[in-house]
Design a protein around this ligand. Structure first.
Ligand code: NAD
Ligand code: DAU
Length: 375
C-alpha cells in the first residue's frame, strides 16, 4: 500500500502555490494536502475551488503567524512536509508598507518553524541536538531577489552572498537565514529553493505580465518603469512547481537549490511581445474581440500604448540564475520554452477573463490609481 504523506502547503490560494497543489494532485497519489491561506488580496479561493475535495485536499483560512492555529493543525493532521509559499510577494507594495512584509515573511516563517519543531522532535542526541521524526521536511519557497542585483555579466549561484535591496527581498532573505539557522542550531531537515521570475496562469494582475495583458484589453497605457531595460529571468510556473517537488523528494537535507531557466529578457521586450501577440490573436480570431474595451477595430493595439513611467525605487537592474546544481544533482531542466509559455499564458488570460474580473473586483482600481498616479 502507498505510504501517504501529509503536506501543509501555505499560501496556495495565490499564484505559485495554487499551481503547485494542482501539480501535486495531478502527479502524485501519495499526498494529502492541507492548504493554509489568509486570503489576502492576493489569495482567491475560486482558484483552487475544484481542488478542495476534503479528502486529499482540505482548505483552512488562517494566518501563518497565528501560533495556536498552526500548532493545532500540526496536532490534527500530523504533517510530514511543510511547503511555505505564503508571503507578501509584490516589491512595489513592499516599498509602500515594509512592516507587513517583515511581519508575514519573517515572523510567519518563524512561527511555522516553531510549530514544526514542537511536532517533529523525538528526543535528543548525545551532544544535545534534537532528533527528528523520520521523513519530515520543511521547505521554504524563496526567490533569486535575495541575491541582489547583477551587472551585465555573471549569474547567481548558491554561493553568491545574499544582498537584498527591497523591503520584500530583505524579508525573504531574512526568512532564508531563519530557516538556515533552524537547520544549523537544531538540525531540522529543511530545504530552500530560490527561483527566478515566474509567469503563467493565476498570477495576480499587479505583476508585469498579467498587468500588461489586462491593460491592453482595457486600452489603458502600459506602464514601463524607467527605460524598460531591467532584465528578469523568466520561468514557466509549472517548471518551478516540478523543481520544488523534486527538491522535497530527492534533494539533500539542509540544501539550497537555485531554480531558473536561463531565459533573461528586458522588460520592454516582454511588453512588445505581449502587444504583438494580442494583436495577432484579435486579428485572426475575432471571437476574442468581445474582451476588448474598444473592439471596434484592432488598429490601436500597438506600441503607442507603451508609457515610460517613473522608475521603481531601488530597482534591481538584472537577475540571472545559475541552475547548474539542481540540473546536475537532481536532473531538473525547464520544459517550457518562453516563446511557448508566453503564448499559453496570454491565451489562458483571454480564456479565463472571468477569473481576472473576480480577483480585481475589490480594491484593485484603488490600488492601481494609488500606485501609478505619481509615475
Ligand atoms: P502571491 O502573492 O500570488 O500569493 C501569496 C499567497 O499567500 C496568497 O494566497 C495570500 O493570501 C497568502 N498569504 C499572504 N499572507 C499570508 C499569511 N500571513 N498567512 C497565510 N497566507 C498568507 O505570491 P506568489 O507569486 O504565488 O509567490 C509565492 C511564493 O513564491 C512567495 O513566497 C514568493 O516570495 C515566492 N516566489 C515568487 C516568485 C514569483 O515570480 N512570483 C518567484 C520566486 C519565489
Ligand atoms: O525574481 C523573483 C521575483 O519576481 C519574486 O520573488 C517576486 O515575488 C515577484 O513579484 C517578481 O518580482 P519582480 O519585481 O521582478 O516582478 P514584477 O512583475 O513586479 O516586475 C517585473 C519587472 O517589470 C521589474 O523590473 C519591474 C517591471 N515593471 C513591473 C510592473 C508591475 C514595469 O516595468 N511595470 C509595471 O507595471
Amino acid at each position: 500500500m502507498t505510504q501517504m504523506k501529509n503536506y501543509l502547503v501555505t499560501g496556495a490560494a495565490g499564484f505559485i502555490g495554487a499551481n503547485y497543489i494542482k501539480y501535486l494532485l495531478q502527479h502524485f497519489d501519495d499526498v494529502r494536502i492541507v492548504v493554509l491561506d489568509a486570503l489576502t488580496y492576493a489569495g482567491y479561493l475560486g482558484t483552487i475551488h475544484e481542488d478542495i475535495d476534503n479528502e486529499r485536499c482540505v482548505f483552512v483560512k488562517g494566518d501563518i503567524g497565528d501560533a495556536p492555529l498552526v500548532q493545532q493543525l500540526f496536532q490534527e493532521y500530523k504533517f510530514d512536509v511543510v511547503v511555505n509559499f505564503a508571503a507578501e510577494s509584490h516589491v512595489d507594495r513592499s516599498i509602500e508598507n515594509p512592516q507587513l512584509f517583515l511581519q508575514t515573511n519573517i515572523l510567519g516563517t518563524q512561527n511555522l518553524l516553531q510549530a514544526a519543531r514542537t511536532a517533529w522532535v523525538t528526543g535528543k542526541d548525545e551532544q544535545g541536538y534534537p532528533t527528528w521524526r523520520a521523513g519530515v521536511r520543511f521547505h521554504q519557497v524563496s526567490t533569486d531577489e535575495v541575491y541582489g542585483s547583477l551587472g551585465d555579466e555573471g549569474y547567481f549561484t548558491e554561493q553568491t552572498p545574499l544582498c537584498p535591496h527591497s523591503p520584500y527581498s530583505a524579508s525573504k532573505a531574512s526568512a532564508d537565514f531563519v530557516v538556515l539557522a533552524t537547520r544549523d542550531t537544531y538540525k531540522m531537515p529543511v530545504s530552500i529553493t530560490r527561483c527566478s521570475n515566474n509567469y503563467g496562469p493565476y498570477q495576480f494582475p499587479e505583476k508585469l505580465i498579467p498587468l500588461i495583458i489586462n491593460n491592453v484589453l482595457h486600452k489603458k497605457p502600459l506602464p514601463v518603469y524607467g527605460q524598460g531595460l531591467n532584465v528578469r529571468d523568466w520561468l514557466y510556473v509549472e517548471d518551478h512547481c516540478r523543481a520544488i517537488e523534486l527538491v522535497i523528494r530527492q534533494g539533500q537535507d539542509g540544501s539550497v537549490y537555485n531554480v531558473g531557466g536561463h531565459n533573461e529578457m528586458r522588460n520592454i521586450d516582454i511588453v512588445k511581445i505581449i502587444i504583438q501577440s494580442i494583436r495577432t490573436i484579435m486579428d485572426e480570431e475575432p471571437q476574442y474581440r468581445s474582451l476588448l474595451a474598444d473592439g471596434s477595430s484592432t488598429e490601436w493595439i500597438d506600441e503607442s500604448l507603451i508609457t515610460f513611467v517613473k522608475d521603481r525605487l531601488g530597482h534591481d537592474a538584472r537577475y540571472g540564475i545559475d541552475p547548474t546544481k539542481i540540473g546536475n544533482d537532481l536532473g531538473w531542466r525547464p520544459e517550457t520554452p518562453f516563446a511557448q509559455g508566453i503564448q499559453k499564458t496570454i491565451r489562458w488570460y483571454l480564456d479565463h477573463y472571468e477569473w481576472v474580473k473576480a480577483v480585481t473586483r475589490d480594491d484593485y482600481q484603488q490600488y492601481y490609481e494609488k500606485m501609478y498616479q505619481h509615475r
